[in-house]
Design a protein around this ligand. Structure first.
Ligand code: C2O
Length: 598
């Protein structure tokens, strides 16, 4: 399935270019220090970015190697970042297209902190549309208005203006990410890793190096155009299928042949764009943090010849469990331990898109997204000869690892089902215009314009239907108790559902209809995580404790589906929402004349 990769060292053959790149890199480092960005150092025994033989301003491989010099401590500090969002043309897979980038980087900058730290990010919006940044997985307990969700916790940051996110991170650690939460913007590039460390992490002593692999599907067309197409009769409800994929912002695309017709005319396309490359040292154990930052595709992740020991899912530590292939749906994260115990050589990292879960084929797509692991001492110019694990481990449907595989390291008691809600997920055709829209029960979500449901709740508007007929399904939760949700998926596709501000206790999932009493629920130390895959024509039962005041989104993280309406909101503890001291500048952003279209 893979094609030979031969271009990754093309720059090394041109000494002048290499020297120029070195000078640029030195300049960038000096500027980084001047502007207070944290310089990353790697001790000589550890990973270094010799993958940077293809570093470009928009993509620095060293960004994904967590520094050994980061001090993991209980002493809190403030992590300050300044970001500018702008449109730039780059070629992540060799084909140039305009993208939306933070500080010109793809993926965007790493946010790294300890439990207890304060994170402050000044975001300046230099794109034509309004935007907002969501901190995926952060509990934001007491700071719901910093959740960064357009129409729910804020109005968009208007074009040309700045807004500063400011929140603390008590009581959680692990692998998270941040992304734009305004229309489908993150698909155009506004995403990056968010890593929280703690001296209390149970697996800290089990690895020596810590690296990030952000995998994502990649489209050659801007997401706004794709949403318009998807929500038109023309699509007949079929989601846009990716054109390629990237690992840490790098992929390859075959510019020749049939594919030629499929990408926007006039865009430059370079065959053999370099893939991401990770240097391994024999004998070392790596913590690899895998983040699916894509918009649609479910991936099966593997590394040839190397077992993966899962130790974390969505920020929750797990009892170690070994797999060869790891299914990871949109917005989910896993940490795996990888022991560099194989012969000194080069090996493929594979993120295989599960094309069975697409409605239509894309002939231009090579669904096998790859990166290279290069053992120190192996011939560096050679692409790996390694072969994929046998197909027996391949799962043809898009589902998560089973619940008996994912057991939390620290048990937390399951709350009782003091209240229970049924939520049906479906697509329904609006007869008038023959468009297929996503529904949670009988509501298809649209973001409020110039307002947010959080602000409405604060103003005491309890009947959301009054302002925006049938576009907001808001479930009020008035007391601190246990809440059970029965999610029934009436659709033929699987849906990765994410709950803002919480982790779910996942008591069970299965195919067909949930039959209370028939399928036993797991009530002893069940999986906890913030994004769960609800199987096609299947069900999932979850519980959570309603102890976090605010307006919390829960939605399918497939961008096309949230844009088509698969979104519900929980109004947690309205009395405490009314007492929230939300900065006046946030309300002011609602008054601004604001472009916020897909
Ligand atoms: Cu990753 Cu509603 O977000």
């Amino acid at each position: 399935m893979e094609k030979p990769q031969k271009k990754k060292n093309v720059l090394l053959r041109r000494p002048l270019v290499s020297i120029a790149i070195l000078l640029v890199a030195v300049l960038a480092l000096v500027l980084g220090l001047v502007f207070g960005l944290r310089a990353r150092h790697h001790n000589s025994s550890g990973l270094d970015s010799s993958g940077s033989d293809f570093a470009e301003a928009w993509n620095q491989p060293s960004e994904f190697l967590l520094s050994k010099n980061f001090s993991i401590t209980r002493t809190p500090t403030t992590r300050y970042y300044e970001w500018t969002i702008s449109q730039q043309t780059i070629a992540p897979d060799g084909l140039e297209r305009p993208m939306l980038l933070v500080n010109g980087m793809f993926p965007g900058p790493l946010v790294e902190a300890n439990t207890g730290d304060r994170i402050v990010v000044k975001v300046t919006n230099n794109i034509v549309n309004g935007t907002a940044i969501h901190w995926h997985g952060m509990f934001q307990n007491g700071t719901n208005w910093m959740d960064g969700t357009v129409g729910i916790t804020q109005c968009p940051i208007p074009s040309g203006q700045s807004f500063t996110y400011n929140f603390t991170v008590p009581n959680q650690w692990g692998t998270y990410w941040w992304h734009a939460h305004a229309a489908s913007q993150y698909i155009d590039g506004i995403y990056g890793p968010l890593i929280i460390h703690s001296p209390d992490e149970p697996h800290l002593a089990d690895y020596q190096e810590d690296i990030i692999m952000m995998i994502a599907d990649h489209y050659h067309t801007d997401s706004g155009s794709l949403v318009s197409w998807y929500l038109s009769p023309e699509s007949e409800g079929a989601e846009p299928v990716p054109d390629s994929g990237v690992i840490n912002g790098r992929g390859t695309f075959d510019c020749s042949g049939d594919a030629q017709a499929l990408f926007p005319t006039g865009n430059k396309c370079n065959n053999g764009a370099p893939m991401s490359l990770f240097n391994f040292k024999a004998g070392t154990t790596y913590r690899v943090r895998i983040i699916n930052a894509g918009g649609f595709a479910d991936f099966q992740f593997s590394i040839d010849n190397h077992n993966l020991t899962v130790i974390e899912a969505d920020g929750v530590d797990m009892q170690p469990v070994q797999v060869q292939r790891l299914p990871i749906h949109v917005a989910q994260r896993y940490s795996v331990l990888v022991h560099a115990n194989q012969a000194v050589d080069n090996y493929w990292v594979r993120a295989l898109m599960n094309t069975n879960c697409f409605n239509t084929p894309n002939p231009a797509l090579n669904p096998s997204i790859q990166a290279i692991i290069h053992y120190e001492g192996a011939a560096s110019t050679q692409s790996p000869n390694s072969t994929d694990w046998s197909s027996s481990a391949w799962v043809a449907v898009c589902v998560d690892l089973t619940l008996d595989m994912l057991k939390p390291y620290f048990p937390v008691p399951v709350p009782p089902a003091d209240v229970s809600y049924h939520l049906d997920i479906s697509f329904q055709t609006i007869s008038k215009d023959h468009v297929n829209m996503g529904y949670m029960n009988q509501t298809s979500w649209r973001p409020l314009m110039n307002d947010s449901t959080l602000f409405q709740s604060q103003r005491g508007i309890s009947t959301f239907d009054a302002t925006s007929p049938s576009s907001q399904l808001v479930i009020p939760l008035n007391t601190t108790n246990g809440v059970q949700l029965v999610l029934n998926n009436l659709d033929e596709g699987s849906h990765p559902f994410h709950f803002h501000g919480h982790v779910f206790h996942v008591l069970g999932w299965g195919h067909g209809n949930y039959q209370p009493g028939v399928t036993p629920l797991e009530l002893v130390n069940p999986l906890r995580r913030d994004t769960i895959t609800i199987p096609a024509y299947g069900w999932t039962v979850v519980r959570f404790v309603n102890d976090n005041p605010g307006m919390w989104a829960m939605h399918c993280h497939i961008s096309w589906h949230s844009e088509s309406g698969l979104m519900v909101q929980f109004e947690s503890l309205p009395d405490r929402i009314r007492a929230m001291d939300i900065p006046a500048e946030m309300k002011a952003m609602c008054a601004a004349s604001n472009t916020m279209k897909s």
